[in-house]
Design a protein around this ligand. Structure first.
Ligand SMILES: NC(=O)c1ccc[n+]([C@@H]2O[C@H](COP(=O)([O-])OP(=O)(O)OC[C@H]3O[C@@H](n4cnc5c(N)ncnc54)[C@H](O)[C@@H]3O)[C@@H](O)[C@H]2O)c1
Length: 360
């Protein structure tokens, strides 16, 4: 296993293991970060991205793998948290040899880490990686995979939003509410369908003209606005960021008129402290990593042999988890994002501890 540069002491970040992988001939440089295996093997996708430096790649994998531990814990999975990054431009260097070399490094961890898709990697890549390792999920339907994870991601976001609605307005429905969907991509489209079916009014925006065409043709009752800034400032009850990260920032939060934020986008809080600004403004933020866990629930289910109904049932439980987090936040007088972290840490400690009971 190649080490391509020295790094900080991984113990200082709380990670169990950080593995540097290098295969010079194929051009592979990867870092696998395992934050925790307290609840089971670490699960998290592989991000293939042209990082500016090794430090940037390392910082990303440490951050993302930690996030996965919290997400998997709150999704009720018997899985820990991990993530991997491959450093380079996938358009330039992705090849069968590189992916298979990576697969051999994943295999060498003997099941401590399961990989899946992330930015820059796709189901077809997982099929290639799987030729070298069995510790890979998120595979193509032809290979027993579950296919598009956005179906259950949208379902889970809808469940989390229902729980937030109940917390604020007393009933677990979006009927009669105006919901602003920022981003009509794979998740935003399905979410819009669930919202309309529930009786909500949907206001939406996207930068892609094709997405706008789709909504005009499929759901002509949806009101379209120019951009996310206009959407955030409009008269909506719920804001659902479903595009990029950092949606809740110093520009949007002060003008937000919604009482609830619940959406699919990862890393919605642009910086530490913004959750407090939301809380001070009386806006209930349903933590992104809690409500968008439907996708990871789907790929985790695939490890057992995919069953859509079982996975959907698990994603439906995002309603209960969100409800529990919002109650805990009230009881402990902290923002929901802090309550979610506490609940995840509690499960990792309480359930993870059981492994100290010796069986044989
Ligand atoms: N797909 C999943 O299963 C899944 C799971 C968990 C989290 N997420 C997160 O949810 C978000 C959406 O995922 P997706 O799979 O639907 O992605 P996607 O790429 O299919 O959709 C994103 C949409 O946002 C639009 N968009 C980009 N920038 C915008 C802007 N500035 N203003 C308005 N619209 C903009 C894009 O045109 C696109 O239609 C991402 O942040 C993703 O990381 C997705």
């Amino acid at each position: 296993m190649g080490v391509f540069a020295s790094t900080d002491d991984p113990g200082s970040t709380g990670h169990e293991q950080v593995v540097f992988c290098q295969d010079k001939q194929s051009g592979l440089k990867a870092i696998i970060g395992i934050y925790s295996t307290a609840l089971g093997p670490a699960l998290g996708g592989t991000r293939f991205y042209p990082y500016a430096s090794e430090e940037e790649a390392l910082a990303d994998v440490l951050d993302l793998s930690r996030g996965m531990a919290y997400k998997n814990a709150l999704a009720g999975l018997d899985l820990g948290g991990g993530k991997a990054v491959i450093w380079g431009d996938p358009e330039q260097i992705k090849s069968e040899a590189l992916l298979r070399a990576y697969g051999r490094f994943v295999e060498s961890l003997a099941g401590r880490y399961y990989t899946a898709c992330d930015v820059g990697t796709y189901v077809a890549d997982m099929d290639v990686i799987a030729r070298e390792t069995s510790y890979v999920t998120g595979r193509s339907v032809e290979h027993g995979g579950a296919g598009d994870s956005s179906v259950l991601t949208a379902w889970g976001v809808f469940q989390g939003m229902r729980a937030a609605a109940e917390h604020v307005w007393g009933t677990p429905t979006l009927a009669g509410k105006r919901v602003g969907v920022a981003g009509l991509g794979k998740v935003g489209k399905y979410l819009t369908g669930h919202l309309l079916e529930d009786g909500a009014e949907v206001v939406a925006t996207d930068v892609n003209p094709k997405a706008l065409e789709w909504v005009r043709a499929t759901h002509p009752q949806v009101t379209l606005v120019d951009d996310t800034a206009a959407l955030a400032a409009s008269d909506i009850d719920v804001y659902a960021p479903c595009a990029l990260g950092g949606a809740l920032n110093d520009d949007t939060v002060p003008v937000l008129r919604a009482k609830v934020v619940a959406g699919a986008a990862n890393n919605q809080l642009a910086h530490a402290g913004i959750e407090k600004v939301l809380a001070d403004r009386g806006i209930l933020y349903a933590p992104d990593y809690v409500v968008n866990a439907g996708g990871v629930i789907q790929v985790a289910d695939e490890i057992e042999g995919f069953n859509f109904e079982r996975a959907k049932l698990r994603a439906t439980r995002i309603f209960d988890t969100t409800r529990e987090i919002l109650r805990l936040a009230d009881d402990e007088g902290v923002p929901p994002a802090v309550a979610a972290d506490r609940l995840a840490e509690r499960r990792m400690a309480e359930v993870g501890r059981l492994r100290s009971i010796h069986l044989r």
